[in-house]
Design a protein around this ligand. Structure first.
Ligand code: SF4
Length: 121
């Protein structure tokens, strides 16, 4: 289960911004974070392969390393970042995950704001 130092995510480490990913969407890019692990079992779940069985299909990342990866984003983003998605698995699965989600949301919004400002200048 998520604890203060680690959490489970759906994306294997393949880039310097893992576990985050950048997807081209519309006129810009989306910054996406997909948690692994959810206990809700919605009948139409789009993410069940990684969301329901975190130990089987998820990947563990250190939270501090994940935040540092996020801060490296400005050197990597090729386009304006127009969306942030923190999605299922369940972003509020445990108390520690809620804290991680809040931290990621604040850091993501700060980075995206910097990204937009730097592209204006
Ligand atoms: S990941 Fe989302 S859609 Fe899937 S079971 Fe959990 S809450 Fe439902």
């Amino acid at each position: 289960m998520p604890n203060g130092n680690i959490d489970w995510f759906a994306r294997r480490s393949t880039t310097s911004i893992s576990p985050f990913e950048l997807n081209n969407e519309g006129k810009g890019q989306a910054l996406v974070l997909r948690y692994a692990g959810c206990n809700l079992r919605c009948p139409l779940c789009y993410a069940w392969k990684y969301a329901w069985f975190m130990q089987k299909n998820g990947f563990v990342y250190n939270i501090q390393n994940s935040i540092q990866a996020l801060r490296n984003l400005l050197g990597i983003a090729k386009k304006k970042i127009v969306w942030i998605r923190i999605q299922g698995g369940e972003p509020c699965l445990t108390f520690n995950r809620i804290l991680n989600t809040i931290t990621f949301a604040v850091e993501s919004l700060t980075i995206v704001h910097q990204n937009i400002v730097s592209r204006r200048n």
